[in-house]
Design a protein around this ligand. Structure first.
Ligand code: CU
Length: 536
């Protein structure tokens, strides 16, 4: 382990376990170092990103032309449901948590996360949970059970009450993932509240930390509700209760309320860490201080609060009373105000800046433009009258992929390209990074833009076969999806290459950012608390 010796030395210095520190696999199983745990989160996320991607490429292949070619409808349903669960819980959330682990201690001048062993536990709960989600696919190959959860990721009752063994696996996986998220959130809140460098008041907290702080509170507020909902589902399935069974006096719509009380804030859980990261990247490559720091903090808080009171816009067509429809429509639309504040601040940060367009900045700009599309089409869907047309159509699928791929995943890529030099000590291959960006942006639009038109023309989501009139747009979308999927191999290669070597990164990494960096060296030099982060 010669190449790990400096890391071991670092760990020994920090935690005082010296030569007895385990090596090899034991080291990774027992590590409490925030950087090592951050790296594990990020690598796990990257692997699961490809797992979830492979599933949806099979789905897109099936949808390439009308008729059933590759799979039975039941297997199709399993693929789309597990794709969503894997991408949300095993790819995007762990990636954001990896960012938090790496960057929050560095940004606030803490030696590590406040609760390092809980940090370790939080990570090591993830691989078993991901295994539980995907195991039913493998068991089905050996004739055990009927495959993975086939209800879509939303697990709507009554389908999920009657569904096969895969639903039980998904329920157990969601419980474990939830525990992991709660542990991570507690750790982040405690770290930010207690371990800030002296003089760093909350209103001097870097915006990335603010974004994650709101995320952590949202997780703690909503994950227990999801856990309750799936537990009620479990007792409905196996222990004779009738929470969601109309025949027994239950209410299937109750499940939708409980699920989306978690499900809508979950969107902001996936996006707030990325929104917090954007001002760092934009200000760095515009060579200007962040515009509207306080406005962005208040916008984060406003979105966090509004995020938990708008859940029923996911089932406006389920027969809610008209006053409820109006309330959920207007409250949902109100979110566009703080969101517009964020967009304004990001653009104002660029205004008259000395901009340059390295890969992280390209991804940030791609994010702003494409995520803007998600916001605008979200306004359309929030409209009760319009939603009656678009509900459960491909328009919705296109909308939330603009939010969660162009918003979430491209945001994560912004962060990876931005921070890789800091994490590895090596510069990223700019040529390959730019190639990855352009292939991603073009093929992303090729994949999802046609789905808006499919939805407008009336194609429902979650169907393995469709009418002939939808053939062209589906073919285009599938071609785009395959280019998009295989382009991500470039990303994996760039990351691997950067870890292995390359041009040495300077302390400031990106030129011309002097004075704009928020980060302290980590671990902070002992007894040097008078060294404050430079905050403009
Ligand atoms: Cu929502």
């Amino acid at each position: 382990m010669s190449n790990a010796s400096s890391l071991d030395q670092h760990a020994a210095d920090q935690h005082g376990y010296g030569a007895s520190h385990p090596s090899g696999i034991l080291r990774w199983l027992t590590t409490t170092n925030h950087k090592e745990i951050g790296s594990m989160y990020l690598i796990f996320a990257l692997i699961m990103f490809f797992v979830g991607g492979a599933m949806i490429l099979a789905v897109r292949a099936e949808l390439f032309q009308p008729g059933l070619q590759l799979m039975q409808p039941e297997f199709f349903n399993q693929l789309i449901g597990v794709h969503a669960l894997v991408m949300i819980f095993a790819a995007l959330m762990p990636a954001a948590t990896g960012f938090a682990n790496w960057q929050i201690p560095l940004m606030i001048g803490a030696p590590d996360m406040a609760l390092p062993r809980i940090n370790n536990w939080g990570f090591w709960l993830l691989p078993p949970a991901a295994t539980l989600l995907t195991l039913p696919f493998i068991l089905a190959l050996f004739g055990i059970g009927d495959g993975a959860v086939a209800t879509g990721w939303t697990l709507y009752a009554p389908l999920s009450v009657q569904g096969g063994m895969g639903v039980d696996f998904a329920i157990f996986a969601i419980h474990i993932l939830g525990i992991s998220s709660i542990l991570g959130s507690i750790n982040i809140i405690v770290t930010i509240f207690n371990l800030r460098a002296p003089g760093m008041t909350m209103m001097k907290l870097p915006l990335f930390c603010w974004g994650w702080l709101i995320t952590a509170f949202l997780l703690i507020a909503t994950i227990p509700v999801l856990a309750g909902a799936v537990t009620m589902l479990l007792t409905d399935r196996h222990f004779g209760t009738n929470f969601f069974n109309a025949a027994g006096g239950g209410d299937p719509i109750l499940f939708q309320h409980l699920f989306w009380f978690f499900g809508h804030p979950e969107v902001y859980i996936l996006l707030l860490p990325v929104w917090g990261l954007m001002p760092h990247v934009i200000s760095t490559f515009s060579r200007k201080a962040v515009y509207g720091y306080k406005a962005q903090v208040y916008a984060f808080i406003a979105i966090g609060v509004l995020g938990v009171i708008v859940w029923a816009h996911h089932f406006l067509t389920a027969g809610l009373p008209v006053p409820a429809l109006l309330y959920f429509m207007y409250s949902t639309m109100a979110i566009s105000l703080p969101l517009a504040v964020l967009f304004f601040c990001w653009i104002a940060t660029m205004w008259r800046g000395a901009m340059s367009f390295e890969t992280p900045m390209l991804f940030a700009l791609g994010f702003i433009v494409l995520f803007g599309m998600a916001g605008l089409t979200g306004l359309v869907l929030a409209d009760v009258a319009a939603d009656a047309q678009y509900h459960h159509s491909y328009f919705v699928v296109a909308h939330f992929h603009y939010a969660l791929f162009a918003g979430g995943i491209m945001g994560v890529m912004t962060g990876v390209y931005f921070w890789l030099p800091k994490w590895t000590g090596h510069m990223v291959d700019e040529k390959l990074g730019k190639l990855h960006f352009w292939l991603t942006v073009i093929s992303f639009n090729l994949t999802f833009m046609p789905q808006f038109f499919l939805g407008l023309a009336g194609m429902p989501r979650r169907i393995p076969d469709y009418a002939l009139q939808f053939a062209e747009f589906n073919a285009i979308s599938t071609v785009g999806a395959f280019i998009l999927g295989f382009s991500q191999l470039i990303f994996a290669y760039v990351v691997w290459k950067c870890i292995r070597g390359g041009e040495k990164a300077s302390d400031k990494v990106w030129e011309g950012t002097e004075g704009l960096e928020w980060d302290l060296p980590s671990p902070p030099p002992l007894h040097s608390w008078e060294i404050q982060p430079v905050i403009k």
